[in-house]
Ligand binder design. Sequence first.
Ligand SMILES: Cc1ncc(COP(=O)(O)O)c(C=O)c1O
Length: 382
Amino acid sequence: MQPIQLFVPTFRIDETLEAIRECLEKGWTGLGFKTVQFEQAWKDYTGLPYAHFLNSATSGLHLAVAQLKAQEAWAEGDEVITTPLTFVSTNHAILYEDLTPVFADVDRYLCLDPQSVAERITTRTRAVIFVGMGGNPGSYDAIRELCNRHGLKLILDAAHMTGTRLHGKHIGHDADATIFSFQAVKNLPTADSGMICWSPAELDAEARKWSWMGINKDTYARTQGGGAYSWYYDVENVGYKYHGNSIMAAMGLVSIKYVDEDNAYRRQIAAWYEELLADEPRIERIPMAPDSEPSRHLYQVMLDERDDVVSALNRARIYPGVHYRDNTLYSMYNAAHGDCPNAARASDRLLSLPIHMRLTRQDVERVAHELKAAVRERVTAH
Ligand SMILES: Cc1ncc(COP(=O)(O)O)c(C=O)c1O
């Protein structure tokens, strides 16, 4: 029996190689050229006004926090409310800037619960980072409203949200900063890259300097005035080497053409799981936000005795995943352990089922069948 993996990225190989060849022939693989084209393609695709291409979403999350801290003159120890149910990049970004992550609980969407966030707001709260789990906007609208009411900045960790639409519009247009990931297994795969989309123009302009060591003119721009290479740039602040490169952008420019088609198939796979798992009440399914078209980066369920069920699935050569362990279980975030009971419960029970372009209806039937069998076996074993 063929193994069924959680994720297998699909690349349009000939087209991607052709796009990379263009970079090699031109002799330009770094910042500029394809990165400029990809930023434009991304703005056209999402309708977002600004986009700056980076080497990862992790870099983008750090830039978002760092730039806001500088602009708003936040002090060390000021608080950012965040979720314990995420990849650690989200929360490390807060610590990179010596701010304090304050964990709020998740709701039935596995995203931040507006009520729990409201309870965590203090005089030192400066921002909220919202993670759209698996592409689900969850209670994003209510969090946006809460941030407006309390004068808090809203950073949207949209690592999973390429192609997610809410009320008919691509997600990200009303956050202060939205960060996307184009890491290898994301919906728009490259190898490693990301995008930061600011809403104010000046922060987009700043991001371009911060991502290139604080230099006020990139090398590509410096060669555009007729080929002369000017070394008379200024360095305005301590920046980072976070910008994206033309090889990744070349991959992204091909992937972006297919992302809506691919996401439609992801939604089809999710609909098959929903249909096939509906008759097993011990497998808890996760609702999607109303009036949304989620990217379906993940298809998650919750069940008891998750680890034993995973072992049974592995014996059937099915390899699901877990997104995520409650971050407060990690020693460095352990001080907050116990603050978020929903996240703690989810952490023990979550399971991400295989979802990618190469899965067929038969594969999904096999996963659903084996999953239900494993869950039922656990019940009869007791
Ligand atoms: C929710 C979330 N945030 C941030 C990241 C970081 O993305 P990247 O790998 O592009 O740095 C990931 C990646 O897995 C993620 O899942």
